[in-house]
Each structure stands twice: as C-alpha cells, then as structure tokens.
Design a protein around this ligand. Structure first.
Ligand code: BJW
Ligand code: ZN
Length: 244
C-alpha cells in the first residue's frame, strides 16, 4: 500500500463515481480541536464510558451526565469546521448521489454545509424528552440543570445514542441504502470498533464498492478497504478532490 499511489487511485475513483458515500468519525474533527474518544488525549482516557454514555448512567445520576455534556458543549461551541469538512461539502456538490454518514455528534458537518447527512449517533445540540420523546434543538451553554420538556415537564436528555441503545431505524435504513448503492465509500477518522458503523466498510465492499480509508493510523478497516491512506484528514481529504 503506497501512499502516493493510493491517493491517485482514490482521486480518480472519486472523480468518475456517480454515487459516493462517506463515513466519518471523530478523527475528522480532531483537526478542529474536538477530542477523539480513544486516542492519546481521547475522552475515554479521562472518563469512563459506562459512567457517562449509557442509559444506566443517566438513570443513576442525570446531573453528572448533564454536567459532562455541558462541559463538552462549551468546548465544541468554540470549534469550527476544518478543510476536510469543507472538502466533503464540495464532494456533495460534485457527485450525482451523495450521502454522508457521521458518527460525530459535534454538528460540524451541517455547520460546514453538508445537507445529505445521517448523524447516526445523534447531535449534541439536540435534547430529547425521556417522557414524551419530543426532540428539540437547544444551543444553551450551559443548559440549566436539570432541564425539563416544554411540552410535558419530563426530564430532558441529550439526543445522543449511548452504548447499548439502538440507532434510529430511519437513519440506519438510509445509511444501509447509501452503503449498498455507492460506487465509492470513503471512511475518514474512525477507529472502526464501534458497531454497527464498524461493519459498514465490509458491507459496502460486499456490495461492490471501492472502499478507501483516511486515518492517522491503521484500523481494523484497513484490512478490508482497497486503499488505506495514512495522514491527517484536513490535509488528505482536500487533496483527494484535486483533479487527478
Ligand atoms: C485521525 C485524526 C486526524 C485522529 N485525521 N484521522 C456487535 C459486536 C460487538 C459489540 C456490539 C455489536 N453491536 C453493538 C455492540 C455494542 C456497542 C459496541 O459497538 N461496542 C464496541 C465498543 C465493541 N454498540 C452499541 O451499543 C451501539 N448500539 C447498537 O448497536 O444497538 C443495538 C445493540 C445494542 C446492544 C448489543 C447489541 C446490539 C451504539 C453505539 C453508540 C456509540 N456512541 C458513542 C458515544 C456517544 C457519547 C457522546 O459522544 O456523547 O459514539 S461511543 C463513541 O465511539 C462515539 C463515537 O461516535 C464512536 C466511534 O468513535 P470514533 O469516532 O471512531 O472515535 P475514536 O476515538 O475511536 O477513533 C478516532 C480515529 O480517528 C482513530 O482511528 C484515530 O487514528 C483517527 N484520527 N486524528 C485522521 N487528524
Ligand atoms: Zn416531554
């Protein structure tokens, strides 16, 4: 796997593909200063996922979980999309059929201008009522604790998919359709260990897609993809859109 050769092939594939699907993870936002989960400075190095990102944790101590989300909202509110996010907006403009599946909850893809998007793990700027299920955008930083639903006074929770929770079936269906239909799947900045997204590379490959990965390191997906490019998302992804 030669880096330069790989880049040229991915550029050519992207330039000729009519249907492109992209899967992103926290590595794409690392270049904007948003922490990843499992890297050296990742969130799961300082916090225990089971204390903060499970329905059981929220049932046990909603104030603690909300305090953590308020800290993250404060941090993310200061961050902006980078060149990789904007390159994907340009890719959407060029492709006849485009879908971006992101595991990121930071909202930087829609801020950059991506429209054809599934945020499969939710969005940190949305809240959901634990009683009536109503979802609302709430950009307060911090959110006064404990927040209540405007419709039924129920306790609000972050609109985020925690471990052990199912993804929204509509998001999953739309993502599956995009994975089956694409000619090229581009996977950017994900460790590829959290399911179901961890299975998306193999799924698209089986359906006949050319699959490429951009990541600082190798991942379990690196064994599955056609081309694995090691490098920073904000440098490699814009380069992939340059004329082959
Ligand atoms: C760069 C870079 C740069 C850095 N440029 N690259 C099947 C088998 C086994 C287990 C399961 C399974 N199905 C379900 C499970 C359980 C579980 C799971 O997968 N566990 C695994 C840990 C094994 N999955 C679930 O529970 C999911 N639900 C589900 O499937 O429901 C049905 C079901 C339930 C129970 C049992 C069976 C079925 C839900 C998963 C929800 C994940 N939610 C989180 C946290 C949300 C909290 C929050 O954000 O507030 O979402 S986990 C966390 O990981 C977050 C991320 O979206 C997700 C993925 O992480 P990501 O983005 O890949 O980040 P990192 O840090 O891991 O990697 C960063 C990468 O970037 C690295 O590779 C770097 O090298 C790279 N990088 N800088 C390019 N500049
Ligand atoms: Zn409610």
């Amino acid at each position: 796997m030669q880096r330069s050769t790989g880049i040229e092939e991915v550029k050519a594939r992207l330039a000729s593909a009519r249907a492109v699907t992209v899967l992103t993870g926290s590595g794409i936002s690392a270049d904007s200063g948003v922490p990843t989960f499992r890297g050296a400075d990742g969130l799961w190095r300082s916090f225990r996922a089971e204390d903060l990102a499970t329905p059981e944790a929220f049932a046990r101590d909603p104030r603690l979980v909300w305090e953590w989300y308020n800290w993250r909202r404060e941090l993310i509110a200061t961050k902006s999309p980078n060149a990789a996010h904007y390159a994907l907006v340009e890719l959407e403009r060029r492709a006849d059929h485009f879908w971006l599946i992101t595991q990121n909850v930071d909202g930087l893809h829609p801020i950059a201008g991506t429209r054809q998007l599934s945020e499969i793990h939710g969005n940190i700027w949305k809240v959901r009522c634990t009683q009536c299920g109503k979802v609302e955008t709430n950009r307060a930083v911090p959110i006064p604790l404990l927040p209540q639903c405007s419709a039924c006074n129920g306790l609000l929770r972050p609109h985020i998919v925690w471990f052990g929770e199912s993804l929204d079936p509509a998001d999953l269906d739309r993502s599956m359709a995009a994975l089956r239909a694409c000619e090229v799947l581009l996977i950017i900045g994900t460790s590829g260990i959290v399911y179901p997204a961890a299975a998306f590379a193999a799924l698209a490959k089986q359906a006949g897609a050319f699959v490429a990965e951009v990541n600082l390191d190798s991942t379990p997906n690196s064994q599955v993809v056609d081309v694995a490019i090691q490098g920073r998302a904000k440098e490699i992804v814009p380069e992939l859109l340059q004329t082959p």
